[in-house]
Design a protein around this ligand. Structure first.
Ligand SMILES: Nc1nc2c(ncn2[C@@H]2O[C@H](COP(=O)(O)OP(=O)(O)OP(=O)(O)O)[C@@H](O)[C@H]2O)c(=O)[nH]1
Ligand SMILES: [Mg+2]
Length: 439
């Protein structure tokens, strides 16, 4: 028989926080306008992490919102006070989620174990305050480093879905009708046996605010002798082997001429033949098609089955919708308990998310300079390096230029100007600031 894979796919935009800017401040001292730089550093931007959480079954909780944004770092302040780092965003995903870059489809991580995490967007490095730029030639630096931008990207999350709950029972008892009412699945429903030929899988939303959900599967009908190949056989039971709970559906109306209690015994026998462990799983027994019985008939049928089996029967009707919420929460109670057992390690407050290196503003590795002649005695210095430098140190060009000019001159600016035809007294423009060329 074919193997059926259900894949859940969700894409989200993740944006890490920007680094805070370094501060430009000076100590206040009597009679001295600038008492020495004391600008603190900016904090780093928050990062975005994904972590594999064994209590989750679907990516549904991430579909409500499209963008997840981590906090920016704070700017530095006077008296050398550093800005705070931005808080990280931690997104929980089910174990087994594969994380890809949306654009390139490159696999970024395979979160295949509980507690495994990955960073999907790195925060920007905070900028250095002007304290760091004091030098022999510049005692009062009026500039500081700008924080770097945090990364932003779209990630694609892919999850192979596995059912948490499996609906089993005789053909035509209403299994597909139930999953179509409690989940997002739209299986074929018809009044004949073996309508369902392959399992259907659906997402059941327990709480849309928190995004709590689980997966339910509807397995093709079983009959007495399924283990010997009768009907469709019991091969599809392998789809419920990893379920936390089995939901055994009975047709209380007996409209197909069978006794629901006898159905129950027959199916339990087939389960045991298929896999002893399967028969030991928690089970919920559902009496469907209650709308076809009078209240009295219902009470009699219910007591008879409950007394014989010593278990509670949940009464539902997919026609009136009665009992379906009770069923949903009864299933969820069992799933939640069983997930808790292996979720013990995942207390986010106890996990230390190790941040990789933050993003830094990188400078070109060589100083490039182009001289453009604008007129007879006017020249303009054009440089990517200078542009980057301005961006990195966020400041008025006039403050910057002492610094930059020194750098440019060391790399041969005067000679270049001379070769371009500059003479003593000509005008030279650099990032909107005017200079006079002196031999
Ligand atoms: N009156 C009534 N009819 C129902 C109810 N639930 C399902 N049915 C009907 O029962 C028939 C079988 O429903 P399905 O949901 O296809 O049953 P199934 O168990 O999935 O059947 P297979 O796929 O063949 O195993 C359909 O005609 C449904 O309309 C119910 O609560 N009340
Ligand atoms: Mg069906």
């Amino acid at each position: 028989m074919e193997k059926i894979d259900f894949i859940d796919v969700v894409d989200i935009v993740v944006k890490a926080g920007d680094g805070g800017n370094g501060a430009v401040t000076f100590r206040r001292e009597k009679y001295i306008p600038y008492g020495g730089p004391d600008g603190g550093d900016g904090g780093d931007g928050g990062f975005v992490f994904l972590i594999a959480d064994p209590t989750l079954s679907t990516l549904y909780h991430l579909t409500e919102k499209k963008r997840y944004i981590a906090q920016n770092g704070e700017n530095g302040r006077k008296k050398k006070q550093s800005g705070k780092n931005g808080n990280d965003v931690i997104l929980r995903v089910p174990v087994g989620t594969i994380v890809k870059d949306f654009e390139t489809r490159e696999i970024l991580a395979d979160l295949d174990e509980p507690g495994k995490y990955c960073c999907v967007a790195r925060g920007g490095k905070g900028g250095k305050g002007n304290t760091h730029f004091k030098s022999a030639t510049n005692q009062t630096p009026k500039f500081a480093e700008q924080g770097a931008k945090g990364e932003e990207k779209t990630v694609l999350l892919e999850l192979k879905l596995l059912a948490d709950a499996g609906l089993i029972g005789y053909p035509n008892v209403g299994k597909s009708s139930i999953i179509s009412r409690i989940s997002n699945a739209h299986p074929k429903i018809a009044n004949y046996p073996f309508t369902t030929l392959v399992p259907n899988l659906g997402v059941v939303v327990v709480d849309s605010t928190s995004g709590t959900s689980f997966m339910v599967a509807d397995v093709p009908g079983l009959i007495k002798g399924a283990s010997e190949g009768k009907g469709l056989g019991n091969i599809f039971l392998k789809h419920v082997e990893r379920c936390e709970v089995i939901v055994h559906v009975l047709d209380l109306s007996g409209s197909d001429g069978r006794d629901p209690l006898q159905d129950y015994y027959d199916i339990r026998k087939e389960l045991g033949f298929f896999n002893k462990d399967l028969a030991k799983k928690p089970e919920i027994i559902v009496g469907n098609k209650c709308d076809l019985l009078s209240d009295d008939e219902l009470q009699i049928a219910k007591s008879r089955i409950e007394d014989k089996l010593g278990k509670k029967l949940i009464l539902v009707s997919t026609v009136t919708g009665s009992g379906l919420d009770d069923l949903k929460y009864a299933i969820w109670d069992i799933i939640r308990e069983s997930k808790k057992l292996f979720a013990g390690t995942l207390d986010l407050s106890k996990i230390e998310f190790v941040r990789p290196e933050p993003v830094r503003i990188t400078m070109p590795d060589r100083i490039d300079v182009k001289i453009v002649r604008n007129g007879n005695d006017e020249f303009e210095v054009v440089s990517e390096y200078v542009k980057k430098y301005m961006e990195k140190y966020r400041m008025d060009a006039k403050y910057l230029l002492d610094d930059i000019l020194e750098m440019l001159q060391k790399s041969g600016l005067d000679e270049k100007l001379r070769r371009a035809g500059a003479k003593d007294g000509d005008t030279v423009w650099l990032e909107g600031v005017e200079f006079t060329f002196k031999e």
